[in-house]
Write a protein that binds this ligand. Structure first.
Ligand SMILES: [Zn+2]
Length: 372
């Protein structure tokens, strides 16, 4: 294993942060897989999953069983990990700018499209190399002025040539679920089955400011659409895996999730061995545009009637909201059938607060699907 230290530029005078990556196997000898966790720095279950995976990879590497390169990034956001406000961790947005740590990644298709146009040909492998080379050149030429920009460039450098890049997150309280771009659903199926995902939410270009996974997977389908007469492979399966809720850092789950990811690494050829048959799917993928966001109708105490992972039907009461002053007690109801895959951890709601999400089967939303 090689441990690399990536020093972030743009830090304050007299301070310096760095990002650590752990590299198993030999680059260029097989598939490259990047697994990173805690890009939202207060989302911790993935850290424990990588803790378990690390021990396995160490053993497998000494046995020569790592066929390509597996890169672990145990804490992908040293800036956010350092942010506390009044004794509470605050790792989703940079406190200085308010920017979401998982937005603002490069739209590589727009950036490198013109540059690669004259170099692409009828050989998919050649096209993969040309596009990755152009992405690398762009990243190498970047001169980030802030620590946050520097972090994004470092993370993209580590993953721009990955065949698989999984971004391990979690929600407030949640069932295991995953976000993936629609063109990659087939590639991702063994992953969500091994993980036992209870919801798989697909979209295609969901955010107006790209997430980490969208930057890495989107370049390929966007260029394939632009150069539709040429073979452009879907060369990077990148997905956001939501490892349940923020408090779900328990050892059994983490160990099981690490085993599931290890099975997927065998499945995609990054580890030696014969891939085991994944367990049956617990859900069918549903459009992110069909996900109902449950909103508090007014301020009050939230009394949930449904726990995460339960299936609900339209009109089911998901929660009561009780205003202690007006004495108003309002039902928050499901409008779509599906799994309640996430709910809030707070029990005091402000008006309009998102109390939970149901993975409905039919798209009904338009426009950007992910907030800032
Ligand atoms: Zn997150």
């Amino acid at each position: 294993m090689r441990q690399l230290t990536h020093t972030l530029s743009g830090s304050n005078s007299g301070t310096q942060r760095s990002l650590i990556s752990l590299h198993y196997g030999v680059p260029g000898t097989g598939p490259k897989v990047v697994l990173q966790t805690a890009l939202h720095a207060d989302e911790l279950p993935g850290m424990v999953v990588l803790h378990h995976l690390r021990a396995r990879l160490q053993t497998l590497e000494t046995q020569g069983q790592v066929l390509g390169e597996v890169v672990l990034i145990p804490t992908a956001n040293p800036i956010g990990l350092d942010q506390h406000l009044l004794y509470n961790a605050s790792g989703r947005f940079e406190l200085n700018t308010g920017e979401n740590f998982n937005r603002g990644y490069p739209d590589f298709a727009a950036i490198v499209g013109d540059q690669v146009a004259a170099q692409l040909n009828s050989d998919a492998e050649h096209n993969r190399r040309v596009i990755r080379q152009a992405m690398r050149e762009y990243l190498s030429a970047c001169q980030p002025t802030t620590e946050l920009e520097s972090l994004r460039v470092v993370l993209m450098h580590l993953a721009h040539d990955a065949d698989v890049a999984l971004d391990l997150h979690c929600d407030y309280e949640a069932a295991m679920h995953m976000y993936v771009e629609e063109p990659y659903l087939q590639q991702a199926q063994a992953l969500w089955q091994h993980l036992g995902a209870q919801a798989v939410l697909w979209a295609k270009g969901a955010a107006s400011s790209l997430c980490y996974d969208e930057a890495l997977s989107g370049v390929w389908w966007r260029l394939a659409e632009r150069f539709s007469d040429l073979p452009i492979p879907l060369a990077c399966l990148s997905a956001t895996v939501e490892l349940r809720g923020q408090a779900d850092v328990g050892g059994d789950w983490a160990r099981r999730d690490a085993q599931a990811i290890e099975q997927y690494l065998v499945h995609c050829g990054a580890l030696a061995g014969t891939a085991s048959e994944p367990p049956p799917a617990l859900c069918q993928p549903t459009p992110l545009a069909g996900s109902q966001s449950l909103e508090a109708p007014h301020a009050g105490v939230v009394d949930y009637q449904v726990t995460v992972g339960e299936r609900v039907n339209p009109q089911d009461v998901i929660a009561w909201v009780i205003d202690p002053i007006s004495d108003q007690r309002s039902a928050v109801r499901a409008e779509v059938p599906g799994v309640l895959y996430a709910r809030h951890v707070a029990r005091w709601a402000t008006t309009g607060m998102n109390l939970g999400k149901i993975a409905g089967p039919t798209a009904f939303k338009t426009g950007p699907l992910l907030g800032p």
